[in-house]
Design a protein around this ligand. Structure first.
Ligand code: AVJ
Length: 342
């Protein structure tokens, strides 16, 4: 008796949650450390609930947000060379989001590796992983996909601990795209690169996308688009806090600002209180008193120059194999490998 299609075609997409820590406890700790007193700040990972992930996706389609398009065109033009240089059959992506740009790499990966082609996608948002997975199994008939829902560190730990998720001993290409490394101060960024490097085998590579310094008007427009998508993305953080912490932030009391900090070479995303406000936070059984003009810093997005990149690599034990630059040096894709001496 012939097997039914469902029996013949193994499930090519599966997902598991890898969050090792308690995400809620982490939010409590970050809120306690950053929000109870001025100067107030939170790490950007709390932006990405389902609505925040959809808004980020919409940011990438705004005419002002150049990084996605520059990186996509670099990937499109060099995908074949990237996959050949990595000699990999498994692609491991940290912060995969919709995986739209990744399709440029998956096409040559599948051509080269056939049914061995494997994609490990990681994102904090489970919904976006499932959506991307459904699309990719349709588009790539030979590819198998493993989704790891959780933060970067949890995903890297899962890759280390679980043989089944380690790529079956084949060479892997790790990707960390979109200049997401720019969310981290130097020490944290180096620590994250070191963690990636420790997860990599001697034949693995890391493709790192980094946004570069460029004229300030271009930078600031990219983080304050005319349609207000970035503003909505920033303000959405307040509804995440309201939901998760039983707070009562009023979005209408805040405005979005995104100045370029020249000294630190980074865009800073701010929510600025328009008037004095009292914000109740049940999870802390407290009321925050914000003054008019007070800033909550919600994200940093660093813009790298050659010196900053050299410092990152030197500290992380990664060597540069190749670099692809977009346009006027506005964006770089770096192909890195572990330094066996480091
Ligand atoms: C996803 C962190 C790379 O910093 O450019 C876009 C996030 N924030 N617009 C960035 C973001 C506001 C983005 N990263």
């Amino acid at each position: 008796m012939a097997a039914s299609p469902a029996e013949r075609i193994p499930e090519r997409y599966s997902r598991r949650t890898v969050e090792v820590r308690d995400a809620h406890a982490e939010l409590l700790a970050d809120f306690r450390a950053g929000m109870l007193e001025p100067p107030r700040s939170l790490p950007p990972k709390y932006f990405y609930d389902a609505r925040g992930s959809a808004l980020f996706d919409a940011i990438c389609d705004t005419p002002e947000y150049y990084p996605t398009r520059l990186e996509a065109s670099l990937l499109e033009r060099n995908a074949e060379a990237i996959i050949a240089a990595a000699g990999a059959s498994t692609l491991v992506e940290l912060g995969s989001g919709t995986s739209r740009k990744t399709e440029y790499l998956l096409a040559p990966l599948e051509r080269a590796a056939g049914e061995r082609a494997h994609y490990v996608a990681n994102d904090v948002c489970a919904e976006i992983l499932d959506e991307a997975g459904a699309r990719l199994v349709e588009r790539f008939p030979q590819l198998s996909i493993r989704a790891l829902a959780g933060d970067y560190i949890a995903a890297l730990e899962a890759l280390t601990d679980d043989e089944a998720e380690s790529g079956h001993g084949e060479a892997r290409l790790f990707t960390f795209l979109g200049s997401s490394l720019g969310n981290f101060e130097d020490a944290e960024a180096i620590a994250l690169l070191q963690t990636i490097r420790r997860t990599m085998g001697p034949d693995d590579h890391l493709l790192l996308g980094l946004d570069r310094v460029k004229p300030v008007d271009v930078l600031e427009a990219a983080y304050d688009d005319a349609a207000g998508v970035t503003a909505a993305f920033n303000l959405n953080l307040l509804s995440v806090l309201n939901r998760e912490l039983g707070a009562d932030f009023d979005e209408r009391g805040f405005v979005h600002r995104a100045p370029f900090n020249h000294q630190a070479s980074r865009i800073e995303m701010h929510l600025v209180a328009q008037a004095p406000q009292q914000v109740r936070v049940d999870a802390f059984d407290t009321t925050l008193e914000l003054t008019a003009g007070e800033v909550i810093r919600t994200e940093i997005s660093r813009k790298f120059d050659a010196t900053m990149i050299d410092r990152l690599l030197a500290g992380s034990g990664l060597l540069r194999d190749r670099e692809w630059l977009a346009g006027d040096g506005w964006y770089s894709l770096l192909m890195l490998r572990p330094d066996s001496e480091a």
